[in-house]
Ligand binder design. Structure first.
Ligand code: ATP
Ligand code: MG
Length: 286
């Protein structure tokens, strides 16, 4: 069943239950049913019955610990985020899937305010969460929290980069970011007639982003869109803000260098264009 189809079959009380999970997911890996019941104004038996039905539909995952608790699945979190976008009248129609990967599902959508747009549901897998949990002290948070953080990071990056070659951000709710639809193709899918010029534009974009204090961190031919109209950079969940990472400046510069190297090596392999990375790095940081 499609996301829109599941969405249309959801009853009011289910949204209240999901809303309660969202409110408490920052403190509990599995939110206690008592708290869910209290916040959604129903008795715990009723809340538990709804949670069990939603678990059968893979919207939530329930766990019997020393209490009965519940957490979102990627589907549940995405449904909930969509509900919030609808509630705030940001989105009026959900279209087809435009792209689906390990880290996200991207849909076409329509908004009365913005017209045709794109909605990206962030997904962070459990294995990558485990790695993050080992590095930072994540305590016992559920891994879907990371998908929300990743959406927030992308939304903030797009806001900060307004005016440059990136999609305009329209809204952020939960794990969903709604943004401008760019009518262009990924760099790896097109055969450029003016590769030198496009490479120059990309390097200038990287430079402008850097001067706004941002390093993409996952730049490649897959995250650059091109058309006759121009060049856009997309996919920012892992981007790094320089001002929040002053003490890690050298690590951030390594990331920047890797981004530049990815782009240069693509143009080297595909169009035999040779550029000296050190000269480009100096130019970007100037
Ligand atoms: N604003 C947009 N306008 C048009 N197409 C977009 C937009 N954002 C994303 N897409 C399409 O969706 C695809 C995936 O988006 P994005 O790169 O942001 O996600 P992703 O995290 O890379 O997903 P994956 O897990 O596949 O790597 C893009 O390659 C592009 O085709
Ligand atoms: Mg991508």
């Amino acid at each position: 069943m499609t996301l829109a189809c599941i969405y249309s079959k959801m009853e009011e009380q289910r949204w209240k239950v999901l809303d309660a999970i969202f409110a408490h997911m920052w403190s509990y890996e599995f939110v206690p049913v008592e708290l869910i019941a209290k916040r959604s104004g129903m008795n715990p038996e009723k809340a538990e019955a709804i949670l069990k039905a939603m678990s059968d539909e893979k919207i939530v995952v329930n766990r019997q610990l020393n209490y009965f608790g519940s957490a979102f699945t990627f589907l549940g979190l995405s449904l909930y985020s969509l509900w919030r976008l609808v509630k705030w009248k940001k989105i009026h129609m959900l279209g087809k899937i435009m792209g689906e990967g390990k880290e996200s599902v991207v849909y076409n959508c329509y908004s009365e305010k913005y017209g045709e747009a794109v909605i990206k549901f962030h997904r962070v897998g459990y294995p990558s969460f485990k790695k993050v949990r080992e590095k930072r002290n994540y305590g016992t948070l559920h891994f879907t929290v990371l998908a929300v953080r990743s959406a927030r990071n992308e939304y903030r990056a797009l806001q900060r980069l307004q005016g440059l070659g990136v999609p305009r951000p329209y809204a952020w709710e939960g794990n969903a970011v709604m943004m401008e639809l760019i009518e262009a193709k990924e760099l790896y899918r097109v055969r450029l007639t003016n590769p030198e010029e496009v490479l120059e534009i990309i390097i200038d974009e990287i430079r402008r982003m850097y001067s706004r204090g941002l390093v993409h961190g996952d730049l490649s031919q897959y995250n650059i869109l091109v058309s006759e109209e121009g060049v856009w950079i997309i996919d920012f969940p892992q981007c790094v803000f320089l001002d929040k990472n002053e003490e890690k400046r050298s690590e951030v510069e390594k990331l920047l260098r890797r981004d530049v190297e990815n782009v240069l090596s693509y143009f080297r392999r595909t169009y035999s264009i040779e550029k000296d990375i050190n000269t480009i790095m100096e130019y970007i940081k100037k």
